[in-house]
Design a protein around this ligand. Structure first.
Ligand code: ZN
Length: 270
């Protein structure tokens, strides 16, 4: 599933091909994605110039003078820039044709992705209650510590709550907790201020590293048969149940927390 680093890598990959271009046509082959694509987008988008592309949580916002398109990759979606005339495949659900002669194509076998519209001056309901960006200036250990006081939820559930901070997926949560030495089941409210600082730093560092690694595959976004090179990180705990901890040699364990598998080292994480 595309996580924040893959979405950010996608943004960086497509932005140079889109910014400054006008949309000449929107082709929708399958409007029934996670939510239906608004039918009037076929009339709204053509003629608009793409001014900027921003990422908010796992949404890409394509800004124009009239408003912003919201794109989400869902479980299996990808965006590629191709030459107009490239024949669509079975799972290619929409194309933005551009004045440059290229197109932005959305491919999604499972159809959990989305294409929505946010008129200028409004905030889409999907974005309204999101917490701060983990790589932004409003996120640090003191912020986490302040919100965690009195919370009995596990610290892992806490950092995966999109209202607390966005984009910390299951893999990154497990890896950040390992890096900070915090047991995933510990109550968020019982983690000290100093350790919240370590945790916030670990979240930031791990996501930045993943984005940096994803950046090596940007050329794939303009390859006709290219598949986005989703980031595969050297993982310390995630998916390693029964294997030896890379730090201390103890056996990595797996538990279910908030209906998600999580992995940790009994020795390194307290
Ligand atoms: Zn260990």
């Amino acid at each position: 599933m595309p996580e924040l680093p893959e979405v950010e890598t996608t943004r960086r990959g497509i932005a140079p091909h889109l910014i400054g271009q006008r949309v000449s046509k929107l082709v929708i082959r399958q409007p029934r994605l996670r939510w239906p694509i608004p039918a009037n987008l076929i009339r709204t988008l053509p003629g608009l110039r793409i001014d900027a592309i921003e990422r908010r949580a796992k949404y890409l916002l394509v800004h124009t003078v009239s408003g912003s398109a919201l794109m989400h990759l869902g479980m299996s979606g990808s965006l590629r820039v191709l030459d107009t005339g490239t024949p669509p495949g079975k799972h290619d659900h929409y194309d933005w044709q551009l004045d440059s002669g290229r197109l932005l194509r959305f491919t999604d076998p499972r159809r959990f992705g989305s294409l929505l519209w946010q008129p200028l001056g409004s905030t889409h309901t999907l974005l309204a209650s999101l917490g701060p960006e983990p790589l932004g200036d409003n996120f640090d250990g003191d912020y986490l510590w302040g919100l965690s006081r009195g919370r009995s939820a596990s610290v892992k559930t806490f950092i995966m709550d999109q209202a607390i901070v966005v984009g910390v997926g299951n893999i990154y949560a497990a890896e950040a907790l390992f890096a900070a030495g915090i047991h995933p089941r510990r109550k968020a409210g019982s983690v000290s201020r100093a350790r919240h600082g370590l945790l916030a730093d670990a979240i930031r560092r791990i996501l930045e590293y993943a984005i940096q690694r994803g950046g090596t595959t940007l050329r794939d976004f303009i390859s006709p048969d290219g598949v986005p090179g989703y980031f595969e990180q050297e993982l310390y705990v995630y998916g390693r149940a029964g294997e030896a901890c890379r730090n201390c040699g103890s056996t990595i364990r797996s538990i279910t927390l908030g209906q998600r598998s999580t992995y940790y080292c009994v020795t390194c994480q307290r």
